[in-house]
Each structure stands twice: as structure tokens, then as C-alpha cells.
Design a protein around this ligand. Structure first.
Ligand code: NAD
Ligand code: ISE
Length: 335
């Protein structure tokens, strides 16, 4: 029997996840959708044969809904995830878990009071085959102790609603989670550095940005975020260790030999680059919910930690100085 799922937020990624849960993943059925834009909810709901519920609160309380996927915009996540915990329902929440670290603490407090993990955060890079290969190499000692990581996060272009702070909180947050996971340690400080800006941007946006992190053990991580690079969606990561280096493989693509050159296409969208990762991530989550097991993926602690780090990056964006990062104690539930 399928797990009956309610989806809150039927925008870009909500629509993708509804399609994925309905047509790609086994064991899931989207029975209800909700969005403050009811017309959009109706359109996306119809594609899955799901009912439209007029508020997120009603969807969470709906007796037919066994588990919830939150794909609304970031500032709405905290209250919706807290309502799911209060209702005792498993919830998959797209990144960022919250836009404020205090809300991340509230979610961890509520989950601890409930007594078991109910929340998984949508940091899908942990499910990407290339990142998983890198993790295996590092964990098996293939490059020795990691010393430096170089990361690139380029989007072809972003919508006008994208703000300067989102370079850290919406984009680099992926590298923050991926590097915490790959290196197996926390970040201790960050400095945000602003290169000359691109002219191919909205007036309000400071783009590109560079984030310089130091980890607790003294490794250094640099992340370039450039969200109007024009040419495509380009994610790169290289980790340099004492005995070698490991690089994220580019997605497989045919090399075309024609007109005097060999060329390889660059993907355009994160939806294309990480399709498989999104599928694997949601399939695993559905399987765990169906088996009444706690989720294996990124936890509320991971969501909270990423928000603390990106909050510090935004602080540095405004002050220009190195900002220390203090996560506090990790609760036993997330050991
Ligand atoms: P979007 O703007 O296209 O969609 C968000 C939707 O949420 C909109 O339809 C909006 O009407 C709805 N919404 C806003 N507030 C709501 C509320 N209180 N209740 C119900 N619905 C509400 O944005 P998007 O690109 O789909 O992003 C949504 C979330 O997914 C964001 O947190 C974003 O960071 C995340 N995201 C993750 C990835 C990834 O790579 N994992 C990619 C894209 C987006
Ligand atoms: C978006 O929200 C995502 O999560 C994408 O993966 C990222 O590449 C993009 O920069 C974000 O805005």
C-alpha cells in the first residue's frame, strides 16, 4: 500500500516533487496539495489527482495525509514543520530548513520532546552519485587527511526575487551541508568576500560572492557562488588532502566532434543536474516512512547547522570581517 502524502507549496520544486512522487517513485501517492496560490495548487493537484486543501494547517491536520512534503518558500518552513511535529507526522522539508537559527532550535526542541526524528531536510547532494563517490574515497583514506576544498556553484541566471543574502542562505547552503558531510566536521568561521560585480544582474543583487570557511580542525573551504554566470548550471568541488585530491565528476555527456572542435554540453538547470539525486532522496524517504522507521537523511541538526553557518556568512557580507561560528551542543537525538 502507498504512503499518502500532502505537499505544501506547488511552485517550481513542489511541482517537480509532485510529479516525482506520482510518476517516478514507488510506494507514494500525493493525496492533497496546498499553496497560498490556490490556482497553482489546483493545476498541480490535478496533475496527480490530488485534492486541494486551502491552508497548510488543514493539510497537515487532514486525517488522510500520513506524511508531508514542504516545498513552500523558506520563511514559511519553520511553522509548517513545527505543525507536522505537533501532529506526529513525518515531514520532508526542502532546504533551507529555516531562515533563522532560532527557528531551527525550536524544531529540534519539538522533535526531542516528541522523542524521535520526524524531519528530513532536502539536501539532495548527499544522494548524488558523484558526491557519494567522493565521500567513499575520503572515508577510505584515499587522499589522506583533507586540507583544502574548492567549490564552485554557478547558476545561469536567477529570478528578480533572488536577494544578495540568498547567495549564502539559498545557494551556498548546499555546499555548507555537502562539505560538513564530506569532511565529517563542523565549520568554525566564515568570511564573505565580494569580487567586482557582474553587469549582467539585477541592480539590487551583489553577484558573484566568495565564501571562505575554516573548519574546526583548520581545513579551508572556498565557495564561489555566481548565480548569473549566463552559460549554464555548473557545480564543481575538489578536495585536496595530504596524499591526493578528489574531484566531483561532471555529469556524463556526449562529446561532439564537429566543425573543428570537440564540445561537451553544459546543463542548464539544477533540476537536470540533480534529477537522479532528487529521485533517490525521495525514494529512500518514502521507504523509511512506509516502514515506520526514522529518516536516514539530513536531520534537523543538519538543517540548523547549515542555517547558523549561512547566517554568519550574511553577517560577514555586511561587516566584511571573519565571523566565528558556534553551533552549541549537538543534542543526543542527532548523534
Ligand atoms: P517557488 O517560489 O517557485 O515556489 C514556492 C511556492 O510556495 C509558491 O507557489 C508560493 O505561492 C508557495 N508558498 C509561499 N508561502 C506559502 C505558505 N505559507 N503556504 C503554502 N504555500 C506557500 O520556489 P521554489 O523554487 O519552488 O522553492 C521552494 C523551496 O524549495 C525553497 O525553500 C527553495 O530553497 C527550495 N529549493 C530547493 C532546491 C534544491 O536544489 N534542493 C531547488 C529549488 C528550490
Ligand atoms: C535554489 O534554491 C537551489 O536550491 C539550487 O539547487 C541552487 O543551485 C540555486 O542557487 C538556489 O537558488
Amino acid at each position: 500500500m502507498s504512503i499518502r502524502i500532502g505537499v505544501i507549496g506547488t511552485g517550481w520544486i513542489g511541482e517537480q516533487h509532485v510529479h516525482r512522487l506520482t510518476n517516478v517513485i514507488a510506494g507514494a501517492e500525493v493525496v492533497a496539495v496546498s499553496d497560498i496560490d490556490l490556482e497553482l495548487a489546483a493545476k498541480v493537484g490535478a496533475s496527480a489527482g490530488a485534492r486541494v486543501v486551502d491552508t497548510a494547517e488543514k493539510l497537515i491536520g487532514d486525517p488522510e495525509v500520513e506524511a508531508v512534503v514542504v516545498t513552500s518558500w523558506g520563511p514559511a518552513h519553520a511553522e509548517q514543520v513545527l505543525a507536522c511535529i505537533e501532529a506526529g507526522k513525518p515531514v520532508f522539508c526542502e532546504k533551507p530548513l529555516t531562515t533563522d537559527a532560532a527557528d531551527g532550535r525550536r524544531i529540534m526542541d519539538a522533535e526531542q520532546a516528541f522523542g524521535r526524528r520526524l524531519v528530513q531536510v532536502g539536501f539532495m547532494r548527499r544522494y548524488d552519485a558523484g558526491y557519494r563517490q567522493m565521500k567513499r574515497v575520503i572515508d577510505e583514506g584515499g587522499i589522506g587527511t583533507p586540507l583544502i576544498a574548492h567549490c564552485v556553484h554557478r547558476n545561469a541566471a536567477v529570478r528578480e526575487s533572488y536577494t544578495t543574502e540568498m547567495a549564502a542562505k539559498d545557494s551556498a547552503v548546499h555546499e555548507v551541508d555537502a562539505l560538513r558531510w564530506l569532511l565529517g566536521e563542523e565549520f568554525a568561521s566564515v568570511q564573505t568576500v565580494l569580487p567586482r560585480r557582474t553587469a549582467k544582474r539585477f541592480e539590487h543583487l551583489r553577484d558573484p560572492q566568495i565564501f571562505l570557511f575554516e573548519t574546526a580542525s583548520g581545513a579551508r573551504v572556498d565557495v564561489e557562488v555566481f548565480v548569473n554566470c549566463q552559460y549554464g548550471y555548473d557545480i564543481q568541488c575538489e578536495i585536496v588532502g595530504e596524499e591526493g585530491a578528489v574531484r566531483l565528476p561532471d555529469p556524463a555527456a556526449p562529446a561532439v566532434r564537429a566543425a573543428g572542435r570537440v564540445s561537451v554540453p553544459v546543463l542548464h538547470e539544477f533540476g537536470d543536474r540533480f534529477t537522479d539525486a532528487f529521485d533517490v532522496e525521495l525514494q529512500e524517504w518514502v521507504g523509511r516512512v512506509a516502514a515506520d522507521e526514522v529518516p536516514l537523511g539530513p536531520s534537523s541538526w543538519d538543517g540548523y547547522a547549515a542555517t547558523v553557518v549561512t547566517d554568519a556568512a550574511v553577517q560577514s557580507l555586511h561587516s566584511g570581517v571573519i565571523v566565528p561560528i558556534d553551533l552549541g551542543e549537538r543534542p543526543a537525538l542527532y548523534a
